[in-house]
Design a protein around this ligand. Structure first.
Ligand SMILES: Cc1cc2nc3c(=O)[nH]c(=O)nc-3n(C[C@H](O)[C@H](O)[C@H](O)COP(=O)(O)OP(=O)(O)OC[C@H]3O[C@@H](n4cnc5c(N)ncnc54)[C@H](O)[C@@H]3O)c2cc1C
Ligand SMILES: *[C@@H]1O[C@H](CO)[C@@H](O)[C@H](O)[C@H]1NC(C)=O
Ligand SMILES: *[C@@H]1O[C@H](CO)[C@@H](O)[C@H](O)[C@H]1NC(C)=O
Ligand SMILES: *[C@@H]1O[C@H](CO)[C@@H](O)[C@H](O)[C@H]1NC(C)=O
Length: 608
């Protein structure tokens, strides 16, 4: 969602009152020591969960190294609908993916959060857990039944605090209270503010029930159907891993967090059990600064995300030896799966001229924006308390679709979608600017279970150089067919009688969607990334012959190193990825606290 530059300047310059905090350091000279039990790389979505859970034990000394800055005072990171303004800002790594042959050779911006909270501080907050089949597949691939949906119940509820919408509308029947946590740190809610589009979507869903049926709660294990969006904007403001896990615990004397610390490599400090031991980390505050070294007594946890984690591994000599040789790095551990099997969601937006209230004026008209901002400031209600979508639908291709003749189904199972449709009451297109007049509604069609796989590789041995990120979108026939079928489904949905008085026709930019060739051409020209990269440090069973970490998240062939972030997911969930990351991180924290390493160091100290 492109953000107008005049409003952008305004929101990015607004600063909240700043509060100094005890163990939040900004310079390595402030660090009281150079040795910790655990050192976590990246204060992002997963990293902060691990930091908070491990420091519940007052004897466990934890350091978190974060390349970005603090999220304190970052106003746009608190107002939900301002999320898009954080991309291409000072809080973004500003990566770009390599030219995509199946998208007319286009490159695309690739935002990743570069501040406390990581990408959970800049994302669009949609909260979707994936299906039971997604988790059952993780259990199958890893051989660890602990990852099964039925065994993850504790981790589904532990992170979550489901709260009522700030506008207090009646939520009976539009979510299932039984599948939600109420005591966790992360505030999740249904849309805070209702809009007329919701009623139209639900009306059309009733009329075309066979295909577009209602699902009371897509977070119950079965994602299929249309339902109300749940998001991490509980209470009308962004809840991130930083606001939920880090700041509430930053007073703990055993939790130290250092910002402006970009990890440049892990250091091999010896060997253990015949394997190389990685016991130290080097980081720099900027490219010119001399590297600073810190040591982990127990373990290093890499939580630098799907681009950052494989990059750090490769810079440290852990990766595919052919890839490493290309950039002149000596291989210490030949692990060919590092940076491979990158999988991401791609989406195509279809906008319609809409004869009803939309959020378009909000981004076009300074007075409308100001009054909405005042409403948000005073009550945490109104459009700015919302994400860009109040309803989402998840759908499968019919089982007799010809694509399945000879092509295996890449989805995890019958409760996982092939495509998703996101409904927004605003114009949204990667291919064009917002028209200067008129109201719009947009159906964004996303490929939920893609089979294309890409890579994250180093462009150079310089740790400050951006990696080569190649999602390799639409490189399989399945993906091209499924996205095309999703676009057709969205067009079918727009034909429901409920839309008759509201939709005045397609926006001119997508007027030519009359046959498969026209749809395919539009997909290549207009599709954009949904920013859900996973898989670049996949978890697999110990004897799998591929993968980067074992089911306990220890790096294969290495001692002293675990990975906890989106990169460990061996398949993309049929979902926006943050909830899956929170669940995986909560389980990872328990795995670490139950480990022999934790017992031998931290717990042994407890007993003294
Ligand atoms: C614009 C956008 C919108 C999104 N919207 C949604 C959504 O609506 N719903 C949803 O579920 N998901 C969404 N996502 C995806 C979701 O937010 C991510 O899947 C999730 O946050 C990833 O968590 P992570 O822990 O793997 O990585 P991150 O949260 O990115 O954490 C990685 C951290 O490591 C730090 N780091 C990286 N390299 C280094 C280094 N060398 N040294 C030190 N620190 C380093 C980073 O700065 C960052 O803080 C969105 C993503 C984007 C970019
Ligand atoms: C990202 O790019 C924007 C301009 O496009 C710039 O203002 C910002 O500082 C950059 N972010 C970082 C972390 O360098
Ligand atoms: C990529 O994942 C597939 C399973 O989806 C696996 O068979 C293959 O070995 C993986 N490739 C690498 C290089 O890890
Ligand atoms: C367009 O949306 C605005 C709300 O932003 C609303 O006030 C206006 O009435 C809408 N126009 C139409 C034709 O419905």
């Amino acid at each position: 969602m492109a953000f107008p530059s005049n409003l952008l300047a305004f929101v990015l310059l607004s600063i909240l009152p700043w509060t100094a905090q005890a163990a939040l350091y900004t310079s390595s000279s402030q660090l009281p020591r150079s040795t910790y039990d655990y050192i976590i790389v990246g204060a992002g979505t997963a990293g902060n969960v691990i930091a908070a859970r491990l420091t519940e034990n007052p004897n466990c000394e934890v350091l978190v190294l974060e390349a970005g800055v603090s999220d304190e005072g970052v106003y746009a990171a608190t107002v939900p609908l301002l999320a898009p303004s954080l991309s291409k800002s000072a809080y973004d790594w500003n990566y770009t993916i390599v030219a995509q042959p199946n998208l007319n050779g286009r490159t695309l911006p690739y935002p990743r959060g570069k501040l406390l909270g990581g990408t959970s501080s800049i994302n669009y907050m949609v909260y979707t857990r994936g299906s039971a089949d997604d988790f059952d597949r993780y259990a199958e691939v890893t051989g660890d039944p602990g990852w099964k949906w039925d065994n993850m119940g504790l981790y589904r509820s532990r992170h979550e605090r489901f709260v009522p919408p700030t506008e207090g509308w009646d939520t009976t029947g539009v979510y299932n209270p039984l599948v939600h946590g109420t005591e966790g740190p992360l505030a999740v809610a249904l849309p805070n503010s209702m809009d007329p589009l919701s009623q139209i979507v639900l009306g059309a869903s009733k009329e075309l029930h066979d295909e577009f049926f209602f699902n009371q709660d897509a977070n119950s294990g079965n994602t299929l159907g249309i339902g109300f969006t749940q998001a991490t904007n509980g209470g009308g403001r962004r809840s991130s891993s930083s606001t939920a896990y880090l700041h509430p615990n930053i007073h703990r004397p055993n939790l130290h967090v250092l910002t402006n610390a970009q990890v440049t490599r892990l250091v091999k400090t010896g060997s253990k059990k015949g394997r190389p031991l990685f016991g130290a980390i080097e980081f720099q505050s900027d490219r010119q600064a001399s590297p600073v070294r810190v040591t982990a007594n127990t373990e290093i946890i890499l939580s630098a995300g799907s681009a950052g984690t494989p990059s750090i591994l490769q810079l440290s000599g852990i990766g595919d030896k052919t890839d490493l040789a290309l950039v002149g790095i000596d291989t210490i551990v030949d692990l060919p799966s590092v940076g491979k099997n990158l999988s991401d969601h791609l989406f195509t937006t279809i906008s319609f001229k809409f004869n009803g209230p939309s959020y378009d004026d909000l981004l076009r008209n300074h007075e409308v924006f100001q009054s909405s901002l005042e409403e948000w400031e005073n009550h945490k209600t109104g459009p700015l308390a919302n994400t860009p979508t109040n309803q989402i639908g998840w759908f499968r291709l019919p089982s007799d679709h010809p694509i399945f003749d000879g092509t295996p189904d890449p989805s995890a199972g019958l409760r996982s979608a092939h495509y998703e449709i996101i409904f927004s009451n605003i114009f949204h297109s990667h291919a064009a600017q917002r028209p200067s007049v008129g109201n719009f509604t947009t159906f964004s069609v996303s490929l939920a279970s893609p089979s294309s796989r890409g890579t994250v590789r180093l462009s150079s041995r310089d740790p400050w150089a951006a990696p080569l990120i190649d999602p390799n979108f639409l490189s399989t026939e399945f993906d091209r067919v499924a996205l095309r079928e999703g676009v057709k489904a969205a067009l079918r949905f727009s034909q429901a009688p409920a839309w008759k008085d509201w939709i005045e026709g397609l926006w001119e930019g997508c007027a030519n969607l009359n046959d498969d060739d026209e749809i395919d051409a539009y997909i290549r020209q207009a599709s954009d990334i949904v920013y859900h990269p996973i898989g670049t440090a996949s978890m697999t069973s110990e004897d799998a012959g591929w993968g980067v970490v074992n089911p306990d998240l220890k790096v294969k062939g290495v001692e002293g190193l675990r990975i906890v972030d989106a990169s460990i997911l061996p398949f993309i969930p049929s979902a926006h990825t943050q909830a899956t990351v929170y669940m995986a991180a909560e389980r990872a924290a328990d795995i670490i606290r139950d480990s022999a390493e934790f017992k031998a160091t931290v717990l042994q100290r407890d007993e003294l």
